[in-house]
Design a protein around this ligand. Structure first.
Ligand code: FMN
Length: 346
């Protein structure tokens, strides 16, 4: 059972904050993830308790072409406010245009990506490569903020590499420019996704500024969320990879932030209705072809931890027809649902 809508309010561990005019009572964010955090997935995470959602990264140069795919990436739900549209780029002119475009698409805030480690993006001195050029960071932020009425937020890593960590300086630049919220992934660009996120480094930046700071990196459950918050002193928490195939994580962390007991296993029996909802929403949002491709990774993630999931995943990857995918998923997940209920009753 989803606990997000009907939980009685208790004294929360975090007081919440504002992103410009938008009050955030539950400072629990779904991390932007390219190819994953589209509208269908964000909606599900929102319902389970994510208080802030952000679209996947949209290249600032892409917005002028008006491609269907770009438009779809910026589509936001009436039920997901406050929601940000994330843009990336290195040229202030493109950033201004993209920020205005995102504002017109209904974003409650514009999130600027300065954390992406991908070579193709860094080569254009965008994403995390910008961290090496502090004056340019300031120029880009100033340009975006001047271009729109909605608040501008920033997502960064802790620096380019271990020898050039400048998370504190970047945080100060962001605050000075007028950024409304800062999210920090506690890794350097050089780390990519290796090693551990350094929550102490996030804490150094948090101490240096008075704007809301969201901590990110390696939060995988309620316990790690609370530990990250304890170490960093952050105002909120963002979850990425651990939400893949596991939107229930937001119910778990939300409960912990509200000081309520939570048992994530109790939610396992509702997997199939959520998987089905997700698949149908993918189909409606992307059309059958893309939905079929996306279904492969989401269904594989949802099946993790279920007995027989390796064989199921192998067979599922071979299916080419949408209807066959739906049927195979239903057989697999309803079987596990029955088993979970039997275990529960035993
Ligand atoms: C597949 C994938 C795609 C990502 N795409 C984006 C993106 O579009 N924008 C962004 O700011 N970060 C992106 N990230 C980084 C995440 O937002 C997050 O900072 C990172 O995964 C660390 O958090 P986690 O340990 O909770 O996953 C992506 C990460 C992954 C794994």
């Amino acid at each position: 059972m989803c606990t997000s809508a009907d939980t009685p309010s208790m004294t929360p561990l975090l007081p919440g904050f504002h992103i410009g005019p938008h009050r955030v009572d539950m400072p629990l964010a779904l991390a932007p993830m390219a190819g994953i955090t589209d509208l269908p997935f964000r909606r599900i995470c929102k319902r389970f308790g994510a208080g802030i959602t952000v679209t996947e990264m949209i290249a600032s140069r892409a917005v002028e072409f008006g491609r269907e795919r770009t438009e779809r990436m910026a589509e936001i739900g009436t039920d997901e406010h406050p929601v940000g549209i994330q843009i990336a780029g290195s040229d202030t002119g493109y950033i201004e245009d993209a920020a205005r475009w995102a504002e017109q698409h209904g974003a409650d805030f514009i999130d600027i990506n300065m954390g992406c480690p991908v070579k193709k993006i860094c080569k254009q001195v965008a994403g995390s490569a910008l961290l090496k050029d502090e004056p340019r960071v300031a120029r880009i932020l100033a340009a975006a903020i001047a271009a729109v009425k909605v608040p501008v937020t920033l997502k960064i890593r802790t620096g380019w590499d271990a020898h050039s960590k400048n998370v504190v300086q970047i945080a100060r630049i962001a605050e000075e420019a007028g950024v409304a919220m800062l999210t920090i992934h506690g890794r350097t660009r050089a780390q990519m996704f290796n090693g551990e996120a350094n929550w102490e480094d996030i804490g150094l930046a948090k101490q240096a500024v008075s704007i809301p700071v969201i901590g990110n990196g390696d939060v995988v459950d309620a316990a790690s969320a609370l530990e990250m918050l304890r170490i960093s002193g952050c105002d909120g928490v963002m979850v990425g990879r651990a939400a893949q195939g596991n939107p229930w994580i937001f119910a778990e962390i939300r409960a912990a932030l509200l000081g309520q007991p939570v048992s994530p296993e109790a939610l396992a029996h509702e997997r199939w209705p959520v998987v089905l909802e997700h698949l149908l929403a993918l189909h409606a949002h992307h059309g059958e072809r893309t939905a079929g491709q996306l279904a492969r990774k989401h269904v594989a993630w949802y099946s993790k931890g279920c007995s027989g999931s390796a064989e199921f995943r192998r067979d599922f990857q071979r299916l080419t027809e949408w209807q066959a995918q739906l049927e195979a998923a239903e057989i697999f997940f309803t079987h596990h649902e029955t088993q979970a209920e039997l275990l529960h009753a035993a």
